[in-house]
Design a protein around this ligand. Structure first.
Ligand code: GDP
Length: 465
C-alpha cells in the first residue's frame, strides 16, 4: 500500500469513530492495524502497537469522557503518539554547522581562515539505491539553506557515475570533484575532501561505489574510504520499496560501515513506505530524509512527528515555519512580521496570505499542501493540478480582503455573510471556498498558539488534541 493510501486508511479509521463506543474503538484499532500490515509493517511491531494503543486508551480514561468530540481528540492523540513511536529511532542525527571563517587576501586570492573543520558526509549503499541522485539532492537542500557544499564522486565502479554526478552538480551549480582516469576510489575521496576542506566548505558530500549485492569487496572499500576521509556523518541510502527487508540490509551494512543515518529513496510510486520506515526505526538508526521522486527537489526531511502529522492529515506548522525559513526571507518585511506574530502566538489572515505567497515560490505543491491542515487530504484525493488551483484561489480571496480584515484574527467574519459574499465576488470564488479558507486559517492559528506553547519541542505544533 503506498503512503497516500495508508494515510487515507488511517484517517478513515479515526474518523469512523462517532459516538466513541467500545465497539467503535475496537474496530478503529483493528482497521489501523490492518492498514499497517497491508503497508508491510512487521507483524510483531503491529501487535506491539495494538497492545500499546489499548493500554494507553485504558490508562487515559477515554471511556469515561462524556463528549464524543473530546473522546475523538484523545483517541487521535493516542494513535498519533503510538505511530510516532513506531517510526522514531529515538536517536538524534548530527547536524552540520556553518564555518565562521574570516577571509584574507594572499597573493591576490581570497583565502578563508578558520580552525573549524568541514562536515564530511559519506554516502554508502547498494547500486541502484539512489546514492548519486540523493547526493545532489542533499547538496541542493543544504545550499538552499545557505551552506557551501562540495560534491566528491568516489564511485569508480559504476561506469558513468562521475558523469551523472557532474551533470547533476552543474545543473544545480554545485562545485564537484572527480576523475575519469584515477581508478582508486580511496585516493579520489581523499583528494576531493582535502581540496574542499582547504577551501573551507561547510559541507562535503562523498558518493561511493555500490554493488548489486552486499559483498566483501564493497565493504572493504567502504572501510578504506572511511579511514581515509574520516567522515563526520555516514549516510546509508536505501531503496524504500524493499519494505521490511530494509531491516536486514541496514543491519548488514551497519556491521561494516558504522553509518549513523539513513535516506530512504523511492518513497513515491509504489513503495510500501510504512514497512521500510518502521523496519529501519527498529534498528535504532534515524532516517534523516526520504526521497520522493527523481527530481533534484524531491527530498523531504524525515521527522517522525512531522511524518505522522502529515499521514494523519493533521498538518504541521513547525515544518511550515522551517520551510519558510529556508527561503532566506530574513529581509522580507512581511515574513519578519509573521515570525514575530507567531512567536507571540498570533497568526493573522495577513500572515496566512504572506505564507501562501511564499509557498508558491517554493514548490513542489505536494509537500506544501501536506503541511496545511485539511489540504493534504484534498491533495491526495484530487491531485496536484486541482490543489494548485485551490491554493491560487486562497490567494485571490485574501487579495480581496481589506487591510483591517487581513490584520484581524478572522473573528471579524463571524456572522458577517455580506463580507463573505463580497470576498467571493471579488475573488471569483464561491462563498464556500471563502468559508473554507477562514476555517483553515483558524486551524493554523490554533496550531501557531500550541506550537509556541510547546516551544522547543520539534514538531510539537503538529500534535493533535
Ligand atoms: P546509485 O546507483 O545508488 O547511485 O543510484 P542512482 O542515484 O543512479 O539512482 C538509481 C535510479 O533510481 C535512478 O533512475 C534515479 O533516478 C532513481 N531514483 C533515485 N531516488 C529516487 C526517488 O526518490 N524516487 C524515484 N522514483 N526514483 C529515484
Amino acid at each position: 500500500m503506498v503512503l497516500a493510501d495508508l494515510g487515507a486508511r488511517l484517517r478513515g479509521a479515526l474518523s469512523s469513530v462517532e459516538s466513541g463506543s467500545d465497539d467503535e474503538i475496537q474496530q478503529m484499532i483493528k482497521d489501523i492495524c490492518g492498514a499497517l500490515l497491508e503497508s508491510d509493517v512487521n507483524i510483531k511491531l503491529v501487535a506491539k502497537l495494538r497492545d500499546n494503543i489499548r493500554s494507553q486508551i485504558a490508562s487515559s480514561n477515554i471511556a469515561q469522557e462524556a463528549s464524543p468530540m473530546n473522546k475523538r481528540k484523545k483517541l487521535q492523540k493516542v494513535i498519533y503518539d503510538e505511530l510516532c513511536g513506531l517510526v522514531d529511532s529515538h536517536v538524534e542525527p548530527p547536524k552540520p554547522k556553518k564555518i565562521n571563517a574570516s577571509t584574507k587576501t594572499i597573493k591576490g586570492k581570497k583565502v578563508k581562515l578558520s580552525k573549524e573543520s568541514s562536515h564530511v558526509i559519506m554516502f554508502v549503499g547498494l547500486q541502484g539505491a539512489g546514492k548519486t541522485t540523493s547526493c545532489t539532492k542533499l547538496a541542493v537542500y543544504y545550499k538552499k539553506r545557505g551552506f557551501t557544499v562540495g560534491l566528491v564522486c568516489a564511485d569508480t565502479f559504476r561506469a558513468g557515475a562521475f558523469d551523472q554526478l557532474k551533470q547533476n552538480a552543474i545543473k544545480a551549480n554545485i562545485p564537484y570533484y572527480g576523475s575519469y582516469l584515477e581508478p582508486d576510489p580511496v585516493k579520489i575521496a581523499f583528494e576531493g575532501v582535502s581540496k574542499f576542506k582547504q577551501e573551507k566548505f561547510d559541507i562535503i558530500i562523498v558518493d561511493t561505489s555500490g554493488r548489486h549485492r552486499q559483498e566483501q569487496q564493497l565493504f572493504t572499500e567502504m572501510v578504506q574510504i572511511g579511514d581515509a576521509i574520516q567522515p563526520t556523518q555516514t549516510i546509508m541510502v536505501m531503496d524504500g520499496s524493499i519494505g521490511q527487508a530494509a531491516e536486514s540490509q541496514a543491519r548488514a551494512f551497519k556491521e561494516s560501515s558504522n553509518f549513523g543515518s539513513i535516506i530512504l529513496t523511492k518513497m513515491d510510486g509504489h513503495a510500501k513506505g510504512g514497512g521500510a520506515i518502521s523496519a529501519v526505526a527498529a534498528t535504532k538508526t534515524p532516517i534523516v530524509f526520504i526521497g520522493t521522486g527523481e527530481h533534484i527537489g524531491d527530498l523531504e526531511v524525515f521527522k517522525p512527528t512531522t511524518f505522522i502529522s502529515k499521514l494523519l492529515g493533521i498538518g504541521d506548522i513547525q515544518s511550515l515555519i522551517e520551510h519558510v525559513q529556508s527561503l532566506n526571507l530574513q529581509n522580507d518585511e512581511g515574513h519578519k512580521q509573521t515570525i514575530e506574530n507567531i512567536k507571540e502566538g498570533k497568526f493573522t489572515l495577513k500572515d496566512f496570505q504572506t505564507q501562501m505567497n511564499n509557498f508558491l515560490k517554493m514548490g513542489p505543491l505536494t509537500n506544501i499542501a501536506s503541511m496545511i491542515p485539511g489540504l493534504g487530504n484534498i491533495m491526495s484525493q484530487v491531485g496536484e493540478e486541482e490543489t494548485s488551483k485551490k491554493i491560487k484561489n486562497m490567494i485571490y480571496i485574501m487579495d480581496s480582503m481589506t487591510q483591517k480584515e487581513l490584520e484581524s484574527d478572522g473573528r471579524i467574519f463571524i456572522d458577517q455573510p455580506s463580507r463573505i459574499i463580497r470576498l467571493a465576488k471579488g475573488s471569483g470564488c464561491s462563498a464556500i471556498e471563502v468559508e473554507m479558507i477562514l476555517q483553515q486559517h483558524r486551524m493554523m492559528s490554533t496550531m501557531a498558539k500550541s506550537a509556541m506553547a510547546a516551544q522547543g519541542a520539534p514538531g510539537a505544533g503538529g500534535a493533535p488534541g
